[in-house]
Each structure stands twice: as C-alpha cells, then as structure tokens.
Ligand binder design. Structure first.
Ligand SMILES: Cc1ncc(COP(=O)(O)O)c(C=O)c1O
Length: 432
C-alpha cells in the first residue's frame, strides 16, 4: 500500500485557534503586566547570547560532570546496546534489572534501606507528598521550600501550613497548634543557599510525632564524606523518614530519587501518580547515573575544589559589600531587589561575559529578585577572579549600596523570616 505523503507547509502559514476569553485574558495579563509594564517589552530571563568565552554560572552541575568521559561512555554504550528500552511507566518495572539494581545502589550510598527512581526531582516530591498526606494531614512547609513540595501538598489535597524560613520555634508553634503531620524542608535552599537546621528539626519531629521529608537536591553529591548528602553528613540518615533529590544537579542527569523503606518503595511505585501515569527513565539515563555515582564516590577532589571555590567567591563578594544572605554553600546569590534592578545587574554582568541564573516572582517575592551564581568545581582561579572583578566594577554603576539587601546587611540583619515577610503577600518562595 502506498503511503500518502502530506506536504509540509512553512510554519508561518499555520494559525492556532483563538483561545476562549477565560484563558486569553490570562495570556494578555502576562504580556501587559510582566513583559510590558515590568520588563519594558523585553524578558527578564533573556539577556544577550553567551559568547565563546562566557562564564556560565547558571548550571547546577556543581561537580562539573556533564562531560565526564566515563559517564558519557556508559551512556553512549547503552544507547547503542539498549536503544530506548521499553517505554513504560515505573509501575511496570520490577525484578532484578539495571533500574532496580541502581535504585538499591543509590539507596545504600545514601545509607537508606531502599529508594525509588523518579523522572525528576519534581515528580519525586509531588509523588511522595501525594502518597503520604491526605485531606486531614497538616503539612508544615518552610516558606522557601521548593515549589514541587507545595505542588505535592496540592495534589494530596492536604492542609498547607507555612513556616517562617528556618525558624524552628515557629515550626514548633505551628505543630502545637495544628497537630502532628508532615514537615517538609530543603536541606539547602535553592534560592539563596541557606541551610536548614536539620538536627533541631529532626529532634522536634521526633518529639511531636511528625514525618520529616528533606529535599537533598542541592546537597546530594556535594555534601557528606563521599557526597551522600547533608543528612548523612549530620548523622541523621536513620532519623529522616524520606529524603528526595533531583539528580539534575550534582548528578548532572535527568532523574529524581526518594529514599524510604523497602515496603514503602513498593507502595510508592503502585500508588503515586508519576509512577503510574508517566513514563520512567530510559536505559541510558540509568547507566549514566550509575557511572556518575561511581565518579562521585571516587573523585572526592571535585567536592574539595567546589568547597574551596565557593568559599573564595563568598568571601570576596562579601568583602565587596554584597549581601549573600548567609549562604554557606555553592549557591551564591546577589539579591538586587526589584526586577528592574535585576535586569540592570544581568546586563552589567553579561556585558562582561558572566551569566548567572535570574530568580524572580513566582520563585521569589516580587521585591526580592536576585541573580544566582551556581559555583562549580571546574572554575579556575582566573575565572573566579573574573567574576569578582566584574562584581567590583559594577558596584557603583548599579548603585549596589542602595539595594535593600545591601542596606539590610549594613544594618547587621541576617535574612530572617520576618524580613522575608515584609511587604510580601507571597506564601512561599521556591525555585529551580
Ligand atoms: C530543591 C529542589 N527540589 C526539586 C527540584 C526539581 O528537580 P528537577 O529539576 O529534577 O525536576 C529542584 C530543581 O528544580 C530543586 O532545586
């Protein structure tokens, strides 16, 4: 039988159908309020194209593994050998196979009984909260907890209860008021690099009969003696009920993970929406992540270099007067405040070849947008000096002294939940 070949028209000739008013009004609002009124017709995320000598500080590949030969070899061999494997949901994966072998290896590395691989950190968080909370469950979420944790609360139909950022006393007051439930925190917060007081939170959860979920996306691979994460570094592996992680940060792949008990792993695979209704990882994802785990274990010098690079950048930017909001890790953010200030900061940095990641509403309150630098292990001393020199040069041009964050620093105030609440109607701030 002859197949009929339809000729392909140039894309410009196609026209999408008009949207009904309820949706088109939303689109119009975005173009009017965000693009036109706030960004003067441009887009806050879209500055200039990076040139060949650009310094990219927007990638979360903290250990600089994205082009590691051993990992790439494992992935290409798998593509050649396995193709794209069986395209199916995680619920169908069982028995001994590379997928389940790697789940167990990663769980053991993290000193956990078992674990479940997910398509992303986002689906790990949404799926987990969906299957542990219900309408009656209070879920206590740090106001800066990642958006995917908040989405999980929504999916579960549970009661979200906001907790001031890193304020254990506030968490305790909320638990005493609403009763035992689930506490969700990020070990390291993606926006400013602040670190959760995990030991105190564990104590409180145990005393109050709460379940604790810690998102280790920004600490897995980078923290712990061999990269096992902050929970292991603090000796809390058997006291935190669930750890979740995006494997798109230090693991430089595309996946997510949840640590749990063996019994729970099977329950999660059978009941969570992402495991049932969305296809799982491909064979080369698994082989690549498995090779990455070996590299993360063996190449401790990458963590040492990351720590040294991050400490130097923090020290020098702090000395220049920037308020780094108490970052103690590889996430170093310049909080420029208004989105107009952030666009000016972006342009000033990008014209000097420095490309960071912009965070603005809904990832931050509107008046607290920022430029995040993700430090990585491959940055050389000269490159670090280039970043510092650029930040030194632009201080006056951008009147950094007048930024609210700088004034806060001068007043000697660390970032507190109270400060985050000032003038912000936002319930939570969470970002990639
Ligand atoms: C703390 C945190 N959790 C979860 C995620 C989601 O991870 P993924 O990009 O793998 O969906 C991210 C990143 O976006 C994150 O920063």
């Amino acid at each position: 039988m002859k197949t009929k070949v339809t000729s392909i028209r140039p894309i410009s000739q196609f026209r999408a159908p008009d949207l009904a008013e309820f949706a088109s009004l939303r689109v119009e609002k975005y173009y009017r309020e965000r693009v036109q009124d706030t960004w003067s017709g441009g887009h806050i995320m879209r500055g200039r194209q990076p040139g060949p000598d650009a310094l990219q500080l927007c990638s979360n590949d903290y250990l600089a593994l994205a082009r590691h030969p051993r990992i790439l070899r494992a992935m290409t061999e798998s593509i050649q050998r396995d193709g794209n494997g069986l395209l199916m949901s995680g619920i169908f994966v069982h028995g001994a196979c590379p997928h389940t072998d790697f789940e167990q290896r990663l769980a053991e590395f993290m000193q956990a009984e078992a674990g479940v691989l997910c398509q992303s950190g986002y689906s790990a968080n949404t799926g987990l909260i969906q299957v542990i909370a219900s309408e009656q469950t209070p879920v206590y979420a740090d106001m800066m907890a990642h958006m995917s944790l908040w989405e999980g609360i929504r999916l579960a139909g549970a009661k979200p209860i906001t907790v001031f950022h890193n304020e254990v006393e506030h968490l305790e007051r909320q638990i005493l008021r609403h009763g035992p439930g689930v506490v969700v925190v990020d070990s390291i917060y993606s926006t400013t690099g602040s670190i959760a007081p995990l030991s105190e939170i564990v104590e409180l959860c145990e005393a109050q009969g709460c379940i604790l979920v810690a998102d280790e996306s920004h600490s897995l691979g980078t923290h712990g003696p061999n990269g096992e994460g902050l929970v292991v570094e603090l000796g809390l592996a058997e006291r935190v009920h669930f750890r979740t992680a995006s494997l798109a940060k230090a693991f430089a792949g595309r996946a997510g993970f949840v640590t749990c008990s063996r019994r729970f792993a099977d329950y999660f695979k059978s009941e969570s929406n992402p495991a049932i209704f969305s296809s799982t990882l491909l064979p080369h994802d698994i082989r690549g992540l498995d090779a990455t785990l070996a590299v993360i274990r063996q190449e401790g010098w990458r963590r040492d270099r990351l720590r040294a690079n991050a400490a130097r950048l923090r020290r020098e930017l702090d000395a220049l007067g920037y308020n780094l909001n108490d970052s103690e890790c590889q996430i170093v953010s310049l909080e420029s405040g208004s989105e107009q200030n952030t666009i000016a900061l972006r342009d000033a940095l990008e014209s000097r070849g420095i490309f960071g990641a912009i965070f603005c509403a809904p990832a931050t309150p509107k008046s607290r947008s920022l430029m995040r630098f993700s430090v990585h292990a491959a940055l050389s001393d000269d490159e670090l000096e280039r970043i510092v020199a650029a930040c030194r040069e632009i201080r006056d041009e951008l009147d950094v002294a007048s930024w609210p964050s700088t004034r806060r620093k001068l007043r000697g105030k660390a970032v507190t939940a109270g400060a985050l609440h000032e003038g912000s109607a936002l319930q939570h701030v969470a970002a990639a």
